[in-house]
Design a protein around this ligand. Structure first.
Ligand code: ADP
Length: 206
């Protein structure tokens, strides 16, 4: 099973992504976690991306492309699938995700979208701030991440809808309920074959 997860901050990408990956026995590749690991290790990439993470702005597309190309190649070399969580987030990334995956014969079967309410995700992230201490879980930065999501990420959902691979699920119920709904829907879609894209993703503001 090959899944892209597209959802706002605080929608439960990390929790659901981990559970879905475990259910299907595939790696969970979370771009935010990969980037935070580079920052913690002080790698050259980590030094280049830290200010973007701290401010809640997007890491440049070309840096993301290299990171994702490497992770997907490793994941697919090791097995048949992946849950890619946090990528793509822009129209450019959507097209890059398709090209990278196509070049290794591993295009996504499903783009999973979790629908949430902005006030609820702000509440969840502020609650998480008390335990996880992420540099971007302050209210102004959370608001910036959400605004960016609505402006540049949400519009790419339509492309997956037109390709017939969008699965949009209500992310508001409790985590266990969301997991059961998603896993049941993914199991039902499991046998589906890869669908060709209708054409280049429309140019959108990045
Ligand atoms: P959230 O979705 O809650 O913002 P993530 O852990 O997925 O949390 O991402 C944290 C940060 O990592 C983002 O605010 C951004 O700076 C960076 N990031 C993650 N994925 C991408 C991506 N696909 N493109 C650009 N930046 C990204």
């Amino acid at each position: 099973m090959r899944v892209l997860m597209i959802a706002p901050p605080g929608a439960g990408k990390g929790t659901q992504g981990g559970r879905i990956a475990a259910h299907f026995g595939v790696p969970h590749l979370a771009t935010g976690d990969l980037l935070r690991r580079h920052v913690a290790l002080g790698t050259p990439l980590g030094r280049r991306v830290q200010r973007h993470l701290d401010r809640g702005s997007l890491v440049p597309d070309l840096l993301m492309q290299d990171l994702v190309r490497g992770s997907l190649a490793d994941a697919t070399a090791a097995g048949v699938g992946y849950v890619l969580d946090g990528y793509p987030r822009t129209a450019t990334q959507a097209w890059a995700a398709y090209q990278i995956a196509a070049s290794i014969g591993a295009t996504a079967h499903v783009a999973l979208h979790l629908r949430t309410d902005d006030d609820e995700v702000v509440r969840r992230l502020l609650a998480r701030a008390g335990t996880e201490h992420r540099s971007d879980d302050t209210e102004p930065v959370i608001r910036r991440r959400l605004a960016l999501y609505h402006r540049v990420t949400e519009p790419i959902l339509d492309w997956y809808h037109r390709r017939g691979i969008l699965l949009s699920v209500d992310g508001m119920p409790g985590a266990d309920h969301v997991t059961s709904t998603v896993v049941a829907a993914l199991e039902a879609m499991r046998a589906r074959r890869h669908v060709e894209p209708p054409g280049p993703v429309p140019a959108l503001a990045a």
